[in-house]
Design a binder for this molecule. Structure first.
Ligand SMILES: [Zn+2]
Length: 326
């Protein structure tokens, strides 16, 4: 794809950087408190977006590390905010943040039991019968948790704490005849679940198990006339599916099966050119979740001025390269 056709529409990088940096200073606003349950995820989304936008030092490093560590619980896992129960999704965000900040060693220095304790928390959530993972002690199963477990454990170099073979066998059971994957065996295909299943297979080195042509067809059918992508048939487009669909296509080398120029143009229409940030679709209110995934989607499309993202980990590619070459 020619870069020239993409830069016809402008990316307001500086506005987006300002938008993300200011999120932390809005404690007096109701929205801040309503989203407390998302806080640790929010730091990961904001930090990754800042990195991809070329502003890696946009959040105060020491404050971010202190905040992450303050969310850790006695069992080694992390909650959304201090005092919240530990959960797989926040634990994954905590590890991703520490890796991005090159601060994993802080777990040994100031964490509760070092990285081994975090790894034990995650490993303890694997269902011994199915190989899948629960999000927390309450036992809900979801392929998101399985992907999260493999993501965080591989970043910590602790994959051997879990039964990867069994986990992969479970992922295979979630594959549907249309080539997509669902939240559990028999559930309809959904682009979010496709991302987590294909991501888990990528981390395990088992992308050979994917029917790439069949999945690539299903994923490329997610593009609508307006250029945006939806998560499953008959649904509306949404900027965050630029990531779930786009990254899945990138992992199976089929990203060229969609029209990248049209997708980039759709993502850019989701920007707020004045206040910064991206919304799920044009004209809607922006939020940090969609800002992160919109920027990451543009990065997959190699949009000018955005750093490269890793399609498996949804983190800056340079950081992932460094971690796994060490
Ligand atoms: Zn969305």
């Amino acid at each position: 794809m020619a870069a020239g056709t993409l830069s016809a529409q402008k990316l307001y990088s500086e506005k987006h950087i300002d938008y993300v940096k200011k999120l932390d200073s809005r404690k007096d606003e109701l929205e801040y408190w309503l989203t407390e349950h998302l806080r640790l995820n929010g730091v990961y989304w904001g930090l990754t977006a800042l990195h991809l936008l070329g502003c890696p030092d946009g959040l105060p490093r020491e404050d971010a590390i202190n905040f992450v560590l303050s969310c850790q619980r006695e069992n080694g896992g992390f909650g959304a905010a201090p005092g919240h129960d530990a959960h797989m999704l926040y634990t994954v965000s905590a590890i991703q943040i520490l890796v991005i900040l090159d601060a994993v060693d802080e777990l040994e220095k100031r964490g509760l039991g070092g990285k081994q304790k975090v790894g034990s928390f995650i490993a303890g959530l694997q269902d011994q019968n199915t190989g899948s993972f629960m999000g927390d002690e309450w036992g809900e199963l979801d392929t998101r948790f399985l992907y999260g477990a493999l993501n965080a454990l591989s970043l910590l170099n602790l994959l051997d704490l879990v039964d990867v073979t069994k986990a992969i066998a479970y992922v295979q059971k979630c594959e549907n005849l249309d080539g997509g994957y669902g939240i559990c065996p028999g559930a309809e295909s959904h682009a979010g679940q496709v991302f987590t299943c294909v991501g888990a297979l990528a981390i395990a080195g088992r992308l050979d198990l994917v029917d790439k042509d069949r999945l690539g067809s299903w994923l490329s059918e997610r593009q609508l006339d307006n250029g945006g992508l939806n998560g499953r048939p008959e649904k509306l487009e949404d900027a965050c599916y630029s990531w779930w669909v786009g990254a899945s296509l990138a992992m199976i080398d089929k990203l060229h099966w969609i029209d990248g120029s049209k997708l980039a143009a759709f993502i850019l229409r989701c920007q707020d050119p004045e206040a910064g940030g991206f919304a799920d679709r044009p004209g809607h209110a922006v939020d940090v979740f969609h800002t992160h995934f919109a920027v990451a989607g543009l990065s997959l499309l190699k949009f000018e001025g955005i750093d490269e993202v890793d399609p498996v980990y949804c983190m800056p590619k340079a950081i992932i390269r460094k971690i796994f070459s060490a």
